[in-house]
Design a protein around this ligand. Structure first.
Ligand code: PEP
Length: 254
């Protein structure tokens, strides 16, 4: 059975006190053994969270640079992230693509650098509204995956997780319908079959992200090819996140 994952992207939110409180709350949640919880706090806070709470919940950075060291003011490298004992890195979030002009080629370099440093990549893909409106969303996402991820060896690919996040659903309150989510997730799995074979595809976790919250999570997580979520806004409130973790636990029985 493939792993179910609930991941929280805190973005540039929360004070240190709030982050500590939220992380502590998450460490106290009941999480089924077959469910993995990962949070992506602001990078500055990560070491404090890991140290204070004995790294009880996995953590990742929301970004890192592919070059090992050098004149990249304001950036942190994948190697520096790995030095801190951090587990994972988010790559290709649409806010990074949109506001920081990150291209598929640049994201491919990040994926390679993350793997070279034994970091698990949570790779985000997803189409803008304009692309969905002309019904080209499948081609668009397929191209993102081919240009940034599908060059990996089978061994490395299995150290990644894909999060499908339709851009029009991120932080907007709009959510993909279960049909829209399942169509894309099934397509992603079929492309994985084409590149890596059926066994790897069957065991690979594909997360949904985009205004996922306690009222829509059970329907989305019940889709056969949805293996949990990458959660933004609802990951900032412990009571909401707790429900999403509980829903993820429930789908392990599907
Ligand atoms: C995200 O930023 O990854 C995300 C899914 O945000 P939200 O849940 O707020 O739409």
């Amino acid at each position: 059975m493939r792993k179910k994952i609930v991941a929280g992207n805190w973005k540039m939110n929360l004070s240190l006190v709030e982050a500590v409180e939220l992380y502590q709350g998450i460490t106290e949640l009941t999480v089924a053994p077959q469910v993995e919880v990962v949070v992506f706090p602001p990078s500055l806070f990560i070491d404090r969270l890991m140290t204070q709470f004995l790294h009880r919940i996995k953590v990742g950075t929301q970004n890192a640079h592919p070059v090992t060291s050098g004149a990249f003011t304001g950036e942190i490298s994948m190697q520096q992230v790995a030095d801190m004992g951090i587990d994972a890195v988010l790559i290709g979030h649409s806010e990074r693509r949109q506001y920081f002009n990150e291209t598929n080629e640049f994201l491919r370099q990040k994926v390679d650098a993350a793997l070279a440093n034994n970091l698990r990549s949570f790779f985000c893909c997803g189409e803008p509204l304009k692309v969905r409106e002309v019904n080209d969303h499948l081609n668009f996402v397929k191209n993102q995956l081919h240009e940034s991820l599908f060059h990996l060896s089978a061994e490395d690919f299995q150290k990644t997780v894909i999060a499908y996040e339709p851009i029009w659903a991120i932080g907007t309150g709009l959510t993909a319908s279960t049909e829209q989510a399942e169509e894309m997730h099934a397509a992603i799995r079929s492309w994985i079959v084409d590149v890596y074979g059926a066994t790897i595809a069957e065991n690979y976790s594909i997360l949904y992200g985009g205004s996922c919250n306690p009222s829509n999570a059970s329907a989305l997580f019940a889709c056969p090819n949805v293996d949990g979520g990458l959660i933004g806004g609802a990951a900032l409130k412990l009571s909401d996140f707790e429900i999403l973790v509980a829903e993820t636990t429930w789908i392990t029985s599907k």
